[in-house]
Write a protein that binds this ligand. Sequence first.
Ligand SMILES: [Fe+2]
Ligand SMILES: [Fe+2]
Length: 285
Amino acid sequence: MEIPLQPEPPEVLAELGFLFREYFDLAEKKRRWSIRDDVPWKQCNRNLPPAVADVLQTFVAVELYLPDYLGKLIPQVRANRGRAWMLANWGYEECKHSMVLEDWLIHSKSRTDEQLADAHSEVFAHEWNLPYDNGRAMLCYTTFQELATRIHYHNLRRVVIQEGGCPALEKALMLVAIDEAAHADFFRKLLAVYLKYDRPGTLEQIRRVINTFKMPALHMLADSRRRENDIKNLRIFDEDIFVLEVYEPLLQKLGIHKSELRRKNYKREMVSGNGTAKDVTATRT
Ligand SMILES: [Fe+2]
Ligand SMILES: [Fe+2]
């Protein structure tokens, strides 16, 4: 039986709210950017290989599910101000990502307005649903996914440079990757708070997520297998990159030993733990 989650006490809610305010103030001061003014649109390379535009369009499609992400994530945390307000701010930052990438597809003449309109219709024909049934698991998922997303953009930028470069796209991808890194960092800090006050319950959710992790919405797109292969073939992201650059660094930063994620060790940890842990053990028998 799954380890139940402890309810969130007021001091935890206060800590999450404080972390959001810290994140927000820093973003306002150092990380705001303008699609129109901060990308050198006149320096757009129209001769990059078509594979770059194909992968970029896949990333745009994943970003386009924003209404589903927000519409389903916010109700899970509506009484948790730090997390709910973050989702509002996160949504603002994420909406810029699909717009700046689409602008490049148009500027570079890789896609027409009509082709992008068709891509929009295709995306919204399917609805994204939450992969996990509780807000804690979704926080774990988001932490892993945001770091994985940063790596996708960073590695696509590397491919662009290798293929002859494009100052406009390189800048856009850098701005987006910096946002994604900030998201990953923020959600990891929240996860650390949950680990501090409810380690067994939070570890259980992390275990669920890492055993089943996949990037959001990718499998819902037409030609999803081909799109995944394009990403792998360009060495933008694959299982090895997930383990070496997402899974292991995150566990290390969170102070989690891999052995803690094995189920048999949960029992030992809980039996030797405090009263709360004993109660939890009882519910698992
Ligand atoms: Fe994004
Ligand atoms: Fe993000």
